[in-house]
Each structure stands twice: as C-alpha cells, then as structure tokens.
Design a protein around this ligand. Sequence first.
Ligand code: PBG
Length: 326
Amino acid sequence: MYQPVRPRRRRQNEAIRAMVRENELAVSDLICPLFVVEGQKVKEEISSMPDYFRFSLDTLETELEEIAALGIKAVLLFVKVPDDLKDNAGTEALNGSGLMQRAIRLIKEKQPGLYVMTDVALDPYSSFGHDGVVEEGQIVNDKTVEILAEMAVSHAEAGADMVAPSDMMDGRIGAIRYALDEAGFINCGIMSYTAKYASAFYGPFRDALDSAPGFGDKKTYQMDPANSLEALIEADLDIQEGADILMVKPGLPYLDVVRMLKEHSGLTIAVYNVSGEYAMIKAAALKGWLNEQDAMMECMTSFKRAGANLIATYFAKDVARLLKKN
Ligand code: PBG
C-alpha cells in the first residue's frame, strides 16, 4: 500500500507529540473554588465531593498557603451561611463583617498575591435557597439586581479583585458595574456567569453549602440545556454591560457553548468544571473504574481545546501539582 500522508508520524514519540501539541494547560489557567464556614478548626469533607472540604477562617490560612505555593493565581469564594442568618432578601449578604467579607480581608492580608474572586448570588443567604427574592412563588428580577449590586460593592470594599455573579438575573452585570464605579471601584472586575444552565450537575455543590432550592427549581432564571444560540444573547448583554470575563457553566456537557463564545467575543472565556463533574470522576475512580489523574487531565485539556482561557475546578490543586512535576 502506498500511503504518503501518515498522521501517525506525528505521534511517534513524546518529543514530536509535544512539538505538535495544539493546546497546553498552564497553572495560570486555574481558578480554585473555596467553601468557607463559620467556626474554628473546621475542615470538613463534603460527602458528595470526596477530598474537598469546607474550611473555617483559621484552617483556610493553611489551605491558602498551599494554593499560593502551587502557583495558583486565583480563588473563587463561596460561603456556607448559618440557617438563622438566612432570609428572603439575603440581608446577611450585605453585612460588612459577614463571613464572605471577613474571608476576603483574611486572604488579602495573608496572601496578598492571590487574586480574589467572590460569588455574588443570594442562594447561600436565602431562606428559600433561590438566587433571588421570592414573591408569590416567583423569583423577582429587579429587586434582586439591586441587592446584588450592593453585595458586589460590599465585596469590593472588603478587597475583592473581581466579583462573579452566578445568579442569571437580567441586567445584573450593568447594575453591578454602575454600582462599583459609583463607589469608586473602577478596577474591581466582573466575571459573569454568562451561560449558566439549569443543570443536574450542581447537586454536590448544593450539599456543600446547604443551598438547595426549598421549592421548585431554577429553570425560570438559569438557561435551558437545549439552547445554545441563546448564549449569544446573554454574551452580547454581558459585553455591553461591562463584563470582563464570560463564563460557561457547567463545563463538560457544554463544550460547544465554550467554543461558540470563544469565537463570538475577544473577551477571556472561563469555564466552570462543576461539582457534579468532579463527583463523577471521583466516584468512578474510587470504584477503580477509571484512572483519576488521566481522566482529570483529559477533561482540563478538553476545556482548553474548546477555547476556555480559564478553568474553575475543584481539581485545581491536583492539576497544579501535576503541572509542577512535569
Ligand atoms: C448558585 C451557584 C451554584 C453553583 C455556583 N453558584 C449552584 C446553583 O446554581 O444552584 C454551582 C457550582 C458547582 O456545582 O460546582 N449561585
């Protein structure tokens, strides 16, 4: 057989494979999510997220040292709010000495080199477990946006570098940008959850924060998994309203959306490799059904190949450790 074109020539050894490789993962691509709780000496494993923990502020310090030592640049903060502080309007979210605000200050004091990103949404603070104010069983948009804007300013006052609204209310990016600017925080950025889908893959995260919706689901604000063009409408709004980074969430089931946004906009595209994606790999690995490290790295590579510049992932430390070794 005469076969002049042989793609296998480019796969003959690791040297040539590395030379022709199209996508490479870097430690600066990683964003490390962190779950913070009240209390002291707390480091509790989340049952549906093996090897992932909730930290109180004292134990968080050690974790931050590890994260920084691994060369990871950014953390994304989530807080677990005690039940007695939850209400419909998420009032505690605006408390200048609330857990989130204290966590931000702590990080800026102990690890000033870490880039601090914060979750902006009402669900951890909401007695209904929803991302917005509830009135007559509906999630009210505009009232919620006003609170989110105040929440963002409160995070910026505590020292946040970038806020990350994960709520999917209409118009929140513009409102947050305006509020931040008016308060003088022109350099506090916004990473928008641009295309956030109503996904089953958030289950373990809701265990981590005890934030599952008390009634109904999130389908009136999070996107329908059947839609992709709609992500362009969301992206255009976010771009016009002043977003600095556009994010797609979840990751693996939505790589087509990552690619589409990458081609649509010059902005940095982030992807959120969510809790359910993490849990799937962990569970299968625990059963001995696949190789955890290989599966993890293949997922990270797939995000890069799809066009993501940044990856928020519970595997951040593991990936950083591997990158350091190689
Ligand atoms: C809520 C929020 C969720 C996640 C991040 N922010 C869950 C939800 O929308 O119910 C999920 C993250 C994950 O699953 O890893 N504002």
